[in-house]
Design a protein around this ligand. Structure first.
Ligand SMILES: O=C(O)c1ccccc1NCC(=O)[C@H](O)[C@H](O)COP(=O)(O)O
Length: 266
């Protein structure tokens, strides 16, 4: 257990144990399932992405990210609600909000604040390894969850996906190589993220997305994730028929994140 992904997963296991002591699974599940208002307020994450793309725009999942293991603090002056408004005003399709506290300086409260400040659907960006986290995500208002193939075996991944779908949430499944892609293609979700960042070494290359594309069936919506920083990066992806993007750092380093979104995707 030495690389960063394994360290994160160790910490997650501990966090989940502690959270279950505070509030047991049965009571969390019962509250989420019986909350009709929560259900009626769901926003369609996949629908918002597809609508943008159908209208000829890029489908941008704009990330609300204060810090990361690879870069440290990215945005010291971090105000999630203001960032969300800025993204919404400048054409984002969806928001991605980091809820991991230890490695990304995120928080559940940031997800709530960002979602309350705009009408965009929001994905809980975290390392999901337990059904408990899926219910947590929904209880905080998340409209989607991320499943990272490198962190999960197939049985658990399918269970988390089924739970998210039953609760009305979209699922973005994330891969980094061909073996992970094969595993992801066994899931039902049509949202397929290709992370250009190797989560174990932090190396990034957009060739990761381009290399996996020919293996992906047409019904899947490919989201290229990480290391999108210039209009040329965007053009390279769009020329390859990739129209959905998950971008964090490039926006978070700009004074006005939404303005940077509009510049990058003009
Ligand atoms: O960003 C990291 O350093 C990182 C390290 C270990 C695991 C995950 C990590 N990032 C999560 C992400 O996938 C990115 O936040 C997301 O794709 C946006 O990437 P970027 O535009 O490069 O900030």
């Amino acid at each position: 257990m030495s690389d960063i992904l394994n360290k994160i997963l160790d910490v997650k296991a501990e966090e989940i144990r502690a959270a279950k002591k505070q509030r047991d699974f049965a009571s969390l599940r019962r509250d989420v399932e019986s909350d009709s208002e929560l259900r009626s307020e769901l926003r369609s994450f996949e629908g918002s992405l597809r609508d943008k793309i159908a209208a000829g725009h890029a489908g941008v999942i704009a990330e609300v990210k204060k810090a990361s293991p690879s870069k440290g603090v990215i945005r010291p002056d971090f105000r999630p609600a203001d960032i969300a408004v800025s993204y919404a005003q400048h054409g984002a399709a969806c928001l991605s909000v980091l809820t991991d506290e230890q490695f990304f300086q995120g928080a559940p409260e940031y997800l709530r604040q960002a979602r309350a400040a705009c009408a965009l659907p929001v994905i809980r960006k975290d390392f999901m390894v337990d059904l408990y986290q899926v219910y947590q995500a929904r209880s905080w208002g998340a409209d989607a969850i991320l499943l990272i193939v490198a962190a999960l075996d197939h049985g658990l991944m399918a269970e988390l996906e089924a739970c998210a779908h039953e609760l009305g949430m979209s699922v973005l499944v994330e891969v980094h190589d061909a073996a992970e892609l094969d595993a992801a293609l066994k899931l039902k979700t049509r949202l397929l993220g290709i992370n250009n960042r190797n989560l174990r070494t932090f190396e990034t290359t957009l060739d990761t997305t381009l290399g996996l594309l020919p293996r992906i069936p047409p019904e899947k919506l490919v989201v290229t994730e990480s290391a999108i920083a210039t209009p040329d990066d965007v053009k390279r992806m769009r020329d390859a028929d990739v129209h959905a993007f998950l971008v964090g750092e490039a926006f978070m380093r700009a004074p006005e994140p939404g303005v940077e979104l509009a510049r990058l995707f003009a």
